[in-house]
Design a protein around this ligand. Structure first.
Ligand code: ATP
Ligand code: MG
Ligand code: FE
Length: 356
């Protein structure tokens, strides 16, 4: 069974073909084309929705063609067409969703609308075949949450950010340090040679009994530290600030996960592991801390490689494949969902609870 997935919710245009692995775990990625628009937005310090939508239009056809060619797949050999229908920037979503529907209509194939966050949450099943139920940490530019994943379409939010997303905090502090958008990867590189102890940043929410997050206070603390240092920042100052900020984010995420695990342990379900997804989960300091957390609690950690934590088409294709196998298909009238809470990611929800 082969499915193509189309992604255009933010500033990556992506298309990929995945195939069900019979008898194996997860799925095989036959092609995975990602085109980042970062260069087009860099001058503005963030993603400009109108530029993003136009850029998706310019490259999507070619990208779909390349994804099919790389996968040595004719349109007729596809079993279904999946596209991200949200959440995200409406203009961009419209481009990928409409392309997916048009392809489905022309090729007379079933169409599947995928929730982008659902796709991040299911990626660990693509790479490692993780069974249900599991906890998923989603940390990206627009979202930060911990979700109990009990089946395809059966998601319960255990905790979420009350203000900024983790990636947003990385990007904003990166900007303060003079780093180009998106700041996350460059801040991580800067932090590598820095002293994480130098600045005593707060760990917002730590110790709280709910598994929620807050990052805006941390961002403010970084700004105040910068002001105290005055105008000219030395390279050492920048490295130390980056390292101290990153360490605070990692501490907060690990503490929140501990609480989420405790909350989940009150149910009578047997947790199969911890999955991660979203661009921030490409961060090596976070990945190492997650390995320690799971090591000490004897929990399986399903960590997709960094390029599959960031936005990509394979995760959309795979979420489409999972849905299709269960018989969930969508109408061509499915509307774009700029806001689309994961719990409502749908529809015949909660029907599937058995472990896969
Ligand atoms: P969403 O998934 O919420 O719709 P998005 O498209 O921004 O939003 P991703 O592409 O999954 O999500 O993640 C991008 C975010 O991840 C950016 O904020 C970026 O700075 C951050 N990020 C990427 N790599 C790293 C890293 N190594 N360390 C920290 N943050 C990172
Ligand atoms: Mg992005
Ligand atoms: Fe994303």
């Amino acid at each position: 069974m082969r499915v193509i997935g189309i992604e255009s919710t933010c500033d990556e245009t992506a298309a990929a073909v995945v195939e069900e692995k019979l008898g194996g775990v997860g799925a095989e990625i036959l092609s995975n084309e990602v085109m980042s628009q970062i260069a087009r937005h860099a001058a503005y310090g963030g993603v400009v929705p109108e530029i993003a939508a136009r850029a998706h239009i310019e490259v999507l056809d070619r990208l779909i063609g390349r994804a099919l060619a790389d996968a040595r797949t004719e349109i007729g050999q596809l079993d279904a067409i999946a596209a991200a229908a949200g959440p995200g920037l409406i203009g961009g979503v419209l481009v990928g969703l409409t392309a997916g529907k048009a392809l489905a209509l022309a090729a007379k194939k079933p169409f599947i609308a995928v929730n982008h966050i659902e796709a991040h949450a299911l990626t660990a099943r693509l790479t490692e075949g993780l069974g249900f139920p599991y906890l998923a940490l989603i940390a990206s530019g627009g979202h930060t949450q911990i979700v109990a994943v009990r089946g395809v379409g059966d998601y319960q939010r255990i905790g979420a950010t009350m203000d900024d997303a983790a990636g947003e905090a990385f990007d904003k502090v990166g900007k303060m340090l003079g780093l180009p958008y998106p700041g996350g990867p460059e801040l991580e590189a800067l932090a590598r040679q820095g002293d994480a102890q130098r600045f005593d940043f707060p760990r917002p929410m730590i110790g709280r009994p709910e598994a929620d997050f807050s990052f805006s206070g941390l961002k403010t603390a970084a700004r105040q530290a910068l002001l105290r240092l005055g105008g000219a920042l030395s390279e050492v100052d920048r490295r130390d600030l980056a390292a101290s900020f990153q360490a605070a984010v990692v501490d907060v995420v690990i503490d929140r996960l501990r609480v989420a695990l405790r909350i989940f342990s009150k149910t009578d379900e047997r947790l199969q592991g911890l999955a991660i997804g979203g661009g921030v989960c490409a961060n090596m300091a976070l990945r190492e801390a997650l390995s320690r957390l799971c090591g000490e609690s004897g929990l399986r950690l399903a960590m997709p490689p960094p390029e599959l934590c960031a936005d990509n088409g394979a995760m959309i294709a795979f979420a489409g494949l999972e849905r299709f196998k269960l018989g969930f298909v969508d109408d061509l009238s499915f509307a774009p969902q700029p806001r689309w809470p994961l719990e409502t990611a749908h529809r015949p929800a909660a029907a599937v609870r058995k472990s896969a």
